[in-house]
Design a protein around this ligand. Sequence first.
Ligand SMILES: *[C@@H]1O[C@H](CO)[C@@H](O)[C@H](O)[C@H]1NC(C)=O
Ligand SMILES: *[C@@H]1O[C@H](CO)[C@@H](O)[C@H](O)[C@H]1NC(C)=O
Ligand SMILES: *[C@@H]1O[C@H](CO)[C@@H](O)[C@H](O)[C@H]1NC(C)=O
Ligand SMILES: *[C@@H]1O[C@H](CO)[C@@H](O)[C@H](O)[C@H]1NC(C)=O
Ligand SMILES: *[C@@H]1O[C@H](CO)[C@@H](O)[C@H](O)[C@H]1NC(C)=O
Length: 573
Amino acid sequence: MRAKRTRPIAMILPRACFAVACLAASVGAAAPRARLDMRVFERRDSAPRNFVAVGAASSDHPLSLRIGLVQSNFAGLEKELYDVSTPGNSKYGQHLSKEEVEAFVAPSPDTVKAVKTWLESHGLTSAPASPAGDWLSVNATVQQANDLLNADFTHFEHVDTGKQTVRTLSYSLPDALHGAVQFVHPTTASTVSRNTKVSVLDEPTGSPNNDTGIPSSCASSITPQCLQAMYSIPKTCGTQSSTQLGVTGYVGQYANEQDLAMFLQKYRPDLSSSTNFSVQSINGGENPQGSSDAGTEADLDIQYTVGVAAGVPAVFISVGNDVDEVDGFMDSTNLLLAQENPPSVVTTSYGYGENDFPYSLGSALCNTYAQLGARGVSMLFASGDEGVCGDQGTSCSNFGATFPSSCPYVTAIGATTGVPETGDFISGGGFSSWFPRPSYQSTAVVAFLSSLGSTYAGKYNASGRGFPDLAAAGENIAIVYQGQTMSTGGTSASSPIVASIVALLNDELISAGKAPLGFLNPFIYAHPEAFNDMTSGYNPGCFTMGFTAREGWDPVTGLGTPNYTKLKAAAGL
Ligand SMILES: *[C@@H]1O[C@H](CO)[C@@H](O)[C@H](O)[C@H]1NC(C)=O
Ligand SMILES: *[C@@H]1O[C@H](CO)[C@@H](O)[C@H](O)[C@H]1NC(C)=O
Ligand SMILES: *[C@@H]1O[C@H](CO)[C@@H](O)[C@H](O)[C@H]1NC(C)=O
Ligand SMILES: *[C@@H]1O[C@H](CO)[C@@H](O)[C@H](O)[C@H]1NC(C)=O
Ligand SMILES: *[C@@H]1O[C@H](CO)[C@@H](O)[C@H](O)[C@H]1NC(C)=O
């Protein structure tokens, strides 16, 4: 993610009438039937940030709805997740199978029956939309959906892009189903695409290494060779073909093979010239290879995985651009959950603000990351590029959190700048308003909070999950884009870099007959000594200087940047 983009201040719709009674009144005499048992399930007070309402959606406009059903035993899954991910636990490393995970999250037969009966009473059919059957998909017209959900689906237009989306500000469910349904999407959630900003790079001068072992050119341009020196990453290649490194791609971002080949030739001449990546696609996700099809984000992500985690097979997960972006997040997770052997590490450089989502949808997505963690997959996400603003734009009054970084079951990666490194001003960090502080953070985060004292009291949620967890280089990152050497950055770069380090560690663990690291956080918080602690830098926003990096964990750089040698020792290698 990249911060340096401008956005107008959110435009707020005139406050409309939201209560069920008002909606019924607005339908007037045409109200189809008494809805005494309907109760509001979710609503928002105004249009999503940066969207304006431009008119009612036509009654025959098609909607592809997802309905999340309440899972039978998520608490049981969460306990297993922590058992298999916490060093010292007798189950450490004993990751669950696909079937074991699904048994925890499948909804009860009663739940499925109640929801299907309700849909059928409206003439609607459903199909499973997740491997465990905890999500259903339903095709409906706007008229059917308005009727089913007491909703008012409207066209909203994004003020920057003009992109239109159909959403409702409120929806209701029968009272009896409030305990059976977790969310209905698309309803009140709305999101916008990210962009990565690139600038043409002046060729770094190949100055010799000085006594830090870090080439002096790294001060102005970060390459894989710099990262090897900064984080003690081995130059040798991984050997295990059974473990893959996954890189997600959304919003029409494609990774270009020719750009990768040029990048490797330039910066990893030690690797075979046929080094490449494979592609899995979903929702019609493509893999076009024309030079102008290359996306900066996708090129960055693939170059800093293939070019850093040498020898680890990389798979680019291309998510079709025609679906709603939240659907893209859901479907890429379902693609991984449906695999018997998903990649052992997945990095994602896309994200949203907690404010752009309803909690119901965020918590449902967060739960899918717990499922992947229990399966032994490390899920890494860029922490965002707007410092403490958390993707709200800079004119915020309170700090915000980015999602999925705020999910306690993922590892959120912030950014550093320079050599020696300091916290980068863009580095997304802070505290979730949704998810409480997980126990693995109790020592580290409480120490930070007590050093902070009353500074910023009321601007952030001190009881929330703190993020990021770790950091890595995020400024002046050299890439090849559309055949040219460029410089880019953001936490978008930091996340693939850390993912590559985890992938190389997993490769060594598997060679040694051990389990991959899986969900990282209990392990990394138990081993703060394995990271270079950043003690300077800050992440301004919302008219403040933001948080300041300090000794120990902080919401700018987390526990710090990785040291591969020390991580290897911590992992028992
Ligand atoms: C919804 O429509 C799509 C496209 O026509 C179709 O492939 C899918 O099977 C339908 N889903 C359901 C649940 O009817
Ligand atoms: C070595 O190079 C790094 C990166 O440019 C620089 O920060 C550091 O000060 C240099 N150290 C010495 C001893 O010259
Ligand atoms: C990483 O840790 C090892 C072992 O303590 C140390 O020798 C090395 O200098 C560290 N690497 C960096 C880049 O600090
Ligand atoms: C990468 O692999 C694909 C097939 O997986 C192949 O078609 C393509 O030519 C390769 N690209 C390069 C640059 O080697
Ligand atoms: C703070 O976070 C907790 C969960 O961590 C949540 O229950 C509470 O509502 C949040 N408070 C605010 C003001 O956001």
